[in-house]
Design a protein around this ligand. Structure first.
Ligand code: AMP
Length: 281
């Protein structure tokens, strides 16, 4: 496994692979890797000859009041995990190389980013699309793999790829969960025991929603009411930011839940903002 830290080094490695006719798969991450990330790497390995995993805690996608400074980092552990999952190249660019002092060009997806997460995190997706575009330009992957865990991010990035004409195959891989159902996330390490215990409320709410829909309920309002109650009973201090029912690729709110509907939610649990989502039928 190769570690590359400079943009020039990464560009040279990509050019060489392209000359050899090798397909490049990219898995962008912010590090502190868990099984969810490793599943993406394994998925990329199936679709490409060589898998590049980028590790970059992207300051542009954090608002000033968010956790950029304390975001967990573990480069050595990450390297070991990437190797075990079959990654070939780890690209770890320096912040100053991605965002030099006079940096001033951003990529913005206009409409999709105003919905759901965009309401509480208005500058977040601009940071995501900008850094992913930059990674695409440097690495020139043939395939890129993202997690359904960050549903809106996947939708926004797909839009960016279409709008800007990137010739990249776009794969969204399913969410990997802990045994109790909590979606794996680097941020789960912020919890103490009680917080971790109560964090499963998002999954319980989604599971309740799925059961209701299987039982014939298709009214988002009814399902939302029940989900809110489940969250309250499992985590009394939880603050629900949103519970939404949207059409998969457009993020348009639906009046009736059907197979193309994604239920997504954001909840603050013991001061950690968690997101999760599920298709309900
Ligand atoms: P992050 O390091 O949190 O920026 O995530 C990097 C990639 O891993 C994104 O495409 C995420 O959607 C994906 N990811 C994060 N958590 C999970 C999970 N539990 N299961 C599957 N993919 C995930």
């Amino acid at each position: 496994m190769q570690t590359i830290r400079s943009i020039k080094g990464m560009q040279a490695a990509s050019r060489k692979l392209a000359r050899q006719g090798k397909g490049i798969g990219l898995v962008p991450t912010m590090g502190y890797l868990h099984e969810g990330h490793l599943a993406l790497i394994r998925r990329a390995k199936k679709a490409a000859d060589v898998v590049v995993v980028s590790i970059f805690v992207n300051p542009a996608q954090f608002a000033p009041n968010e956790d950029f400074k304390r975001y967990p980092r573990d480069e050595k552990g990450d390297m070991r995990k990437i190797k075990s999952a079959g990654g070939d190249i780890v690209f770890i660019p320096r912040t100053n190389d991605i965002y030099p002092d006079d940096f001033q060009t951003y990529v913005t997806v206009e409409k999709l980013t105003k919905k759901l997460e965009g309401k509480s995190r208005p500058t977040h997706f601009r940071g995501v699309t900008t850094v992913v575009a930059k990674l695409f330009n440097i690495i020139r992957p043939d395939v890129a793999v993202f997690g359904m865990k960050d549903y809106q991010q996947a939708v926004v990035l797909r839009q960016m790829m279409r709008d800007l004409g990137y010739p990249i195959k776009f794969i969204v891989a399913p969410t990997v969960r802990e045994k109790d159902g909590l979606a794996m996330s680097s941020r789960n390490r912020y919890f103490d025991d009680i917080g971790r215990w109560e964090a499963v409320c998002l999954y319980y709410a989604l599971r309740t929603a799925r059961e209701m829909v299987k039982g014939g309920v298709d009214d988002p309002k009814l399902v939302k009411r029940e989900m809110t109650a489940v969250i309250r009973s499992n985590c009394p201090s939880a603050q629900v930011d949103y519970i939404a029912f949207t059409e998969f690729w457009t993020l348009t709110s639906v009046r009736k839940i059907d197979r193309n509907t994604v239920c997504s939610l954001a909840v603050r649990v013991h001061d950690v903002r968690l997101i999760d989502n599920m298709r309900l039928c």
